[in-house]
Design a protein around this ligand. Sequence first.
Ligand code: DQQ
Length: 559
Amino acid sequence: SIVDPLLRTGYHFQPQKNWINGNAVNLFIRDLGRAPMYYKGWYHLFYQYNPKGAVWGNIVWAHSVSRDLINWMALEPALEPSIASDKYGCWSGSATILPDGTPAIMYTGVNRADVQYQVQNVAYPRNASDPLLREWTKPAHNPIIVPEGGVNGTQFRDPTTAWRDERDGRWRLLVGSREEARGAAAAPRGVAYVYRSRDFRRWARARRPLHSARTGMWECPDFYPVTADGRRAGLDTSVSSSGTRVKYVLKNSLDLRRYDYYTVGTYDRRKERYVPDDPAGDERHLRYDYGNFYASKTFYDPAKQRRILWGWANESDTAADDVAKGWAGIQAIPRTVWLDPTGKQLMQWPIEEVEALRGKSVTLKNRVVKPGQHVEVTGLQTAQADVEVSFEVSTLAAAERLDPALAHDAQRLCAVKGADVAGGVGPFGLWVLASANREERTAVFFRVFRPARGNNKPVVLMCTDPRKSSLNPNLYQPTFAGLVDTDISNGKISLRSLIDRSVVESFGAGGRTCILSRVYPSLAIDKNARLFVFNNGKADVKVSRLTAWEMRKPLMNGA
Ligand code: DQQ
């Protein structure tokens, strides 16, 4: 393998070996069984896993538990193919906590060898007083949802966490699907079907889906309420409609493009329909993350009253490298999600628990970086680090004009105006996982453009440019970018990057725009990885404050 073993991540979730893919199904169990040693409760993470190798296949639900979402202990798989309705795979699904406190898992089973025909199954803990929920049983009445009435049985999967409407006492959940287009030129529709049940056993499909759009298949749908008053507090999926002002988020994973997009909108319980606030929301594709982040899932954490988002990041080396190194896939750091006070987008921030891993730190203050200059942050190792920076640009007068042809395509804009293309205000930001002479470096940066016509807000682009991240060939090194909906007229903007050997996970402007990228340096490994601030624009950029922390390695599934 060209990928050095020291590029294995240190504090991002990873099993000891083999393939992991999307859909980290999570739940929090407080005080199950009331055994005194478990008074604090456990977080459970279930994920798609191949026990036999570092490529996708033989999919089971692997299972790990944690008290803090950072230190993990691996258990035996929770679900493995064992019944007719999951014989060829236990695919994604979700957990729901029932009113008596026991969890139910709903998941997709593949029941045919010739085609990937999909049905939905349920499983319950064998012993609900075991706080580790080690064993799961599948009742004989499985499968409990099968494709019928024109539903495409090979594109029908990933049931969501169920929510219960107290008015009729019935549960609802969504199953993601695809409907073929009628006209030849039209794109197939992504669809979220609604199923309802009184007993979690007999489910009936509502006549119309919750929502659909011409985007192609919707994998791993996620549908949840958020508080609409700007607070960070999360809401239980079954929150009642009364009381706090509530909006809803519908997220879907687009299998063709491999990203997770969402809209914010209203849930009409009577019509059982979801309506995005932005009528063009399904075309605009607001994303959780503009990088490598897919098949994510949220869950409500009652211990800290927050909603937590987990996403999967696959590798961007070759499949042959994955086999050689024996592992593939990580989970992003869990993120708290909440609705921005404008109501237009979500905000995301690494869960506070990750800060417990911070060790030695270095701080820079009021350091001006002149056009064309860079400053190294020395005195600590930065291959496994957390960096927080506040920047202040001296003037916006030098901002470039935005080419209208690129204005709506951040990704292309970043590919054309990468970190090495000198600009006006920016590019400025960090070079992370850089080699001593900087022939290897991954740039995480901002670039500011003059306001578009009819607008007075400068346009802020956030970008990760990994094209110089490695001297090794055969790596997939796309630039990733998103616009940052922030007002930079006072010149200030912040950046946080979680650097972890082969991953750079960045949060712009307090979590308005996020970008996760996988990189595989050949020189900037372990003690040889360096960190710089750079400015490739015409205006001075001040680092008002930068703190970098070394990050310790938590317990990670025995690895
Ligand atoms: N992977 C699972 C599916 C899901 C997809 C199978 C997401 O259930 O749709 O491993 O990556």
